[in-house]
Design a protein around this ligand. Structure first.
Ligand SMILES: [Zn+2]
Length: 83
């Protein structure tokens, strides 16, 4: 068990394949990132649903953080929509 215990996902943004901004890797895992902690509460991010989607490159570990629903994740093995 651990950070990479789920099958990696392929990510798209509005239909365009998304690649890691650091290493150009194309496989990611994801986790929800809560925004309503610490200083973020002070910024009143109620409009943002108080969570964002963290998409983590399985190659280099860089965390890309998204708000909204433009990002889509696809199971890299089955091709099924993951989120
Ligand atoms: Zn990367």
């Amino acid at each position: 068990m651990g950070f990479f215990d789920r099958p990696p996902y392929v990510a798209t943004i509005n239909g365009e394949v998304f690649r890691c901004v650091v290493c150009q890797g194309g496989l990611f895992t994801s986790r929800s990132i809560k925004l309503n902690t610490g200083g973020m509460e002070f910024l009143d991010l109620a409009w943002a649903n108080k969570s964002s989607l963290g998409v983590i490159c399985t190659n280099c570990g860089y965390v890309h953080e998204f708000l909204g629903d433009a990002l889509q994740l696809w199971d890299s093995e089955s091709g099924a929509r993951a989120s």
